[in-house]
Design a protein around this ligand. Structure first.
Ligand SMILES: Nc1ncnc2c1ncn2[C@@H]1O[C@H](COP(=O)(O)OP(=O)(O)OP(=O)(O)O)[C@@H](O)[C@H]1O
Ligand SMILES: [Mg+2]
Length: 460
């Protein structure tokens, strides 16, 4: 079967690679299989060893193929926001031939998009995405889809996102080497911001913080656009390293202690709770209080939140109507919401999908990638096509080497037996139970309007 109604989101994370297969059933996306394997070849969110990453990508996708019973050909891959730059662009073309106006076609949309790409960008940067904000036909602005309209002049305004060539090159190579094609590249905070936040949050402004293993990414979605990103080079791995150093235990033990007993705030632990820690060079485990473990965790997470807060403060974006939404594995940590509230004051919540089996925040990006791709409009697809023509995105028809026949997806295989999934982290359940789910926010429009134009000159 042609998997045109099946989307595969690939999140190449520093600590794990997630491949999520979703099927579009009458406009509703359903998760039908997930592959998760430990990552390899990445450092702080960026691929540094293509061969190792390719092997891990291949394992993750194979696992997802087995779980979903789908023969995967191509994937929608997330790109980290490291060194991401954004600029407003404008393109304009003449539609009329021999002075006669005519109907605007797909070709014209491609041509006007190409015009916006004639920006000078530095040689080490590549175009990652171009997102239109509006089209103008003969001076009439605010048009989302100009096709079929009659005009003499077509203009397009949008945002051009550029990033280091090496990031897109290494990602492309790793996936191709794993034997798969790339349907689309999507900048991670664009995927999560445009799909996991509701309409009002995207409109009036919301901060999203991805608490990853290798890095922490703070982004602002406002006016339905990604307006700002800040990548902090510390994440969950640093927390684990701190635990390992302070308690003199292996990294593996430290990670397990964090998952089984970790709290982001020491004040939330039970003071009498003790844990046994295998200590390097000692035959018998040593006892530490949960409170002490939490103090180690809290110290590092506070630093991460503090830096994020400083950046937001510097651009006067600390109090956005949509508050702060946490995603990424670190958002599973009990107490993380309470700690974040100390820094960001506004309502803080953890994004939690209602999709069976992928409720945990570490799956947010993989899920968002499939949602994003399935929601693209015809105009978005034409613009993606334009980028593809300039060799940014490999053909979706590049197929993998295997010849296993594609089969019908089996929904029940995934939903009826979630317990058989490999959840290396039993603590996700523990964290999910403790953590508050997202409360629906009812923001007043007057407050929202105050922020609506706040970032209008962010690019100037
Ligand atoms: N219940 C939990 N409590 C504390 N930390 C957790 C929990 N579950 C996962 N984590 C941490 O989340 C991190 C992994 O999150 P995630 O999968 O989002 O990162 P990644 O995508 O691999 O990395 P990055 O986005 O930085 O490239 C790890 O450091 C892991 O220890
Ligand atoms: Mg990640």
């Amino acid at each position: 079967m042609d998997n045109s109604e099946v989307y595969v989101g690939l999140d190449i994370g520093t600590t794990s690679i997630k491949a999520m297969v979703c099927e579009n059933v009458k406009g509703q996306l359903k998760v039908i299989g997930v592959g998760v394997v430990p990552s390899a070849g990445l450092n702080r969110g960026v691929i540094v060893d293509i061969d190792k990453t390719a092997r891990a990508v291949s394992q993750a996708i194979k696992q997802a193929e087995e779980k979903s019973n789908i023969d995967i050909k191509n994937v929608v891959v997330g790109l980290p926001a490291n060194y991401l730059q954004m600029q407003r662009v404008h393109g304009s073309i003449t539609i009329a031939s021999q002075g006669q106006s005519r109907e605007i076609t797909d070709r014209d949309v491609i041509d006007v998009a190409k015009e916006t790409l004639t920006q000078s960008i530095s040689p080490e940067m590549a175009v990652l995405d171009l997102i239109p904000t509006e089209f103008t036909v003969d001076g009439f602005d605010g048009i989302k889809d100009p096709r079929g309209m009659v005009g003499v002049r077509l203009e397009m305004k949008g945002t051009l996102y550029t990033g280091p060539k090496t990031i897109i090159h290494n990602t492309k190579k790793a996936i191709q080497q794993a034997g798969y094609g790339i349907r689309d590249f999507v900048i991670a905070p664009i995927a999560t911001g445009f799909t996991l936040l509701n309409d009002g949050e995207q409109d009036f402004g919301t901060v999203m913080i991805d608490l990853g293993g290798g890095q922490t990414t703070t982004s602002i979605i406002h006016d339905h656009q990604l307006k700002y990103t800040f990548v902090d080079p510390e994440g969950g791995q640093y927390v684990t390293k701190d635990i390992s150093t302070v308690l003199n235990t292996s990294l593996r033990n430290a990670e397990q202690l964090k998952l089984d007993h970790g709290y982001a705030m020491a004040s939330l632990t039970k003071p009498d709770a003790q844990i046994d820690v295998p200590v390097v060079g000692e035959n018998t485990p040593q006892q530490f209080s949960e409170e002490y473990l939490a103090e180690i965790i809290e110290a590092r997470v506070r630093q991460i939140f503090q830096r994020s807060r400083q950046r937001l403060q510097a651009i006067h974006a600390l109090r956005l109507p949509g508050g702060v939404v946490l995603v990424g594995g670190g958002a599973s940590m009990p107490g993380i919401v309470q700690l974040a509230q100390q820094y960001f004051k506004e309502s803080v919540s953890v994004y939690q999908s209602d999709q069976m089996g992928v409720r945990y925040p570490r799956y947010s990006l993989a899920l968002a990638l499939t949602m994003y791709e399935s929601q693209l409009s015809d105009v978005d697809r034409l613009i993606k096509q334009t980028l593809r023509q300039t060799d940014l995105i490999s053909s979706p028809h590049e197929t993998k080497a295997t010849s296993r026949p594609a089969q019908q997806p089996r929904q029940e295989q995934w939903t009826s037996a979630p317990a058989r999934r490999e959840t290396t982290n039993h603590n996700e359940q523990r964290a999910a139970e403790k953590k508050p789910t997202r409360a629906k926010k009812n923001k007043s429009h007057s407050l929202g309007n105050r922020f609506k134009s706040m970032f209008n000159n962010l690019f100037d």
